[in-house]
Design a protein around this ligand. Structure first.
Ligand code: GTR
Length: 390
């Protein structure tokens, strides 16, 4: 068969479509008081905030907003980066809260050739820092910065380690213990993924002050665990015009109730520091969840959302990711009356679906973020920004 063999550690899970249980999902259009949601007003003032709140309390943890001061220090600037094609800025973003301070590094390449402030893609990088080498001695397809700049976008990124190390012991060392230690005491407090989303928001804080960047045309993107954080960023911070999930899978775009590939129980066991403690209540008990991940997609509405999968990445449940996108974007269609819809069956590799408000593709191959994916994200953004010009 074409299914990859599950490793020993994965054997408590399955990737067999015939084992997917019959599921019924929470209704997007009925709020907790039983009221029907029909209008933009009701969506924006009642249902959307309630959904974000449910994700905070049950999945990603609360998002602390308190900051006393933000300092942006350009620690390196090169106006002739990439052979003169871009200006490189390395910015230390220092966040001060109460008596404490924490600093993260933002890497930013801004195209030199342009008439206006540049639209921007921010990558949440969880992989080896060589993937985001600011010197460009090492160039990885995971972050094809030259290609991004060539297409007229600023290429921005930071490493998650600056805000919360991707490690079950040391994840608290940065912003959690320094700025927001009370989060660690709460069952619905912020954990690793929430901290990474917080980091993305601080990058946005910088974009809003930077004349060379058009902060209204910003896309946030992450791969896998970074994609889970990216979705949470876009859902909880409406400043992002486009939110992109690349193969985010469980706790990202995939529907939890399908229990296909990685499950809630498995992710909470292997990565206990990613989600809030409350998420454990749903281990092998997905039916109790007051949300499912299609509602995270919905939380972007009316802003754009893009979900990408890979054909061999069954661990991330491509079908469940697509289902979330189809269902979550009902808000775009039914509340905001946006045109176009996704085909019922998942499209095949090589046939991306780009609607005015949402996009999807499935790439041939394995779990990864590649230039092929990036080019499709930029194709989508080209269109989106062309038609949504303020
Ligand atoms: C896996 C994990 C996934 C995904 C992936 C990645 O080990 O089970 O949820 O996050 O790592 O980040 O590449």
């Amino acid at each position: 068969s074409m299914l990859p063999v599950l490793t020993y550690a994965q054997k408590d899970t399955h990737n067999d479509e015939s084992k997917v249980p019959n599921i019924s999902l929470p209704d997007l259009f009925v709020n907790s008081k039983g009221q029907e949601i029909n209008t933009i007003q009701e969506w924006e003032y009642k249902r959307r905030p309630e959904i974000v709140n449910l994700f905070e309390n049950n999945v990603y943890g609360t998002m602390p907003k308190a900051i006393d001061a933000l300092n942006f220090t350009i620690v390196n600037e090169d106006k002739m980066a990439m052979n003169g094609m871009a200006t490189l800025k390395e910015i230390d973003i220092e966040v001060i809260y109460r008596t404490q301070s924490a600093t993260m590094r933002l890497i930013l390449f801004i195209p030199n050739e342009r008439d206006e402030a540049a639209p921007v893609f921010l990558l949440i990088n969880h992989r080896d820092p060589e993937n985001i080498d600011p010197t460009r001695t090492i160039k990885m397809g995971f972050w094809p910065a030259e290609e991004i700049v060539r297409r007229g976008y600023a290429a921005a990124t930071f490493h998650v380690k600056d805000v919360a190390d991707d490690d079950k012991v040391t994840f608290t060392d940065d912003i959690l213990s320094k700025l927001y230690p009370e989060e660690l005491e709460k069952e619905n407090g912020m954990r690793g993924l929430g901290a990474w989303a917080w980091g993305a928001m601080r990058a946005m804080d910088y974009f809003e002050t930077c004349q060379d960047i058009d902060a209204k045309k910003a896309a946030v993107i992450g791969h896998s665990r970074g994609g889970k954080a990216s979705l949470w960023t876009g859902a909880s911070d409406p400043r992002w015009a486009i939110t992109i999930s690349n193969e985010s899978g469980a706790g990202g775009a995939a529907i939890s109730r399908r229990k296909f590939g990685e499950t809630v129980q498995r992710i909470n066991t292997v990565f206990p520091y990613w989600f809030t403690d409350n998420f454990n209540k749903y281990n092998n008990n997905e039916a109790l969840l007051p949300i499912d991940q299609h509602m995270l997609i919905a939380a972007m509405a009316p802003r754009a959302v893009y979900v990408a999968s890979a054909s061999e990445d069954l661990w991330a449940d491509p079908k469940g990711e697509y289902m979330s996108l189809q269902l979550g974007t009902r808000v775009h269609r039914e509340i905001y009356k946006m045109k176009g819809d996704f085909p019922k069956a998942i499209n095949s590799p090589g046939n991306p679906v780009h609607l005015p408000y949402a996009g999807h593709h499935i790439r041939e191959g394995k779990h990864n973020l590649t230039p092929y994916d990036w080019n499709l994200f930029m194709d989508f953004a080209d269109n989106y920004f062309r038609f949504n010009n303020e």
